[in-house]
Design a protein around this ligand. Sequence first.
Ligand code: SF4
Length: 63
Amino acid sequence: MRVEVDPTMCEGHGQCNAVAPEIYDLDEGGYCLINNSDVPRDLESQAEQGALACPMLAITITR
Ligand code: SF4
């Protein structure tokens, strides 16, 4: 699984990080930075929950 964030859509709500801090980090402005775009299998569920939590639908998951 891979995760990507579209920086043109991210508005810095931080919900991704609140749900899945091991995958989604935040920069100093609160915008999403992805720590590890190749998601380890044991963090896939967390990565999915973080993507679903994004109110801007800025996170894309591919398999
Ligand atoms: S939840 Fe969405 S809008 Fe908010 S920081 Fe994460 S990617 Fe950006």
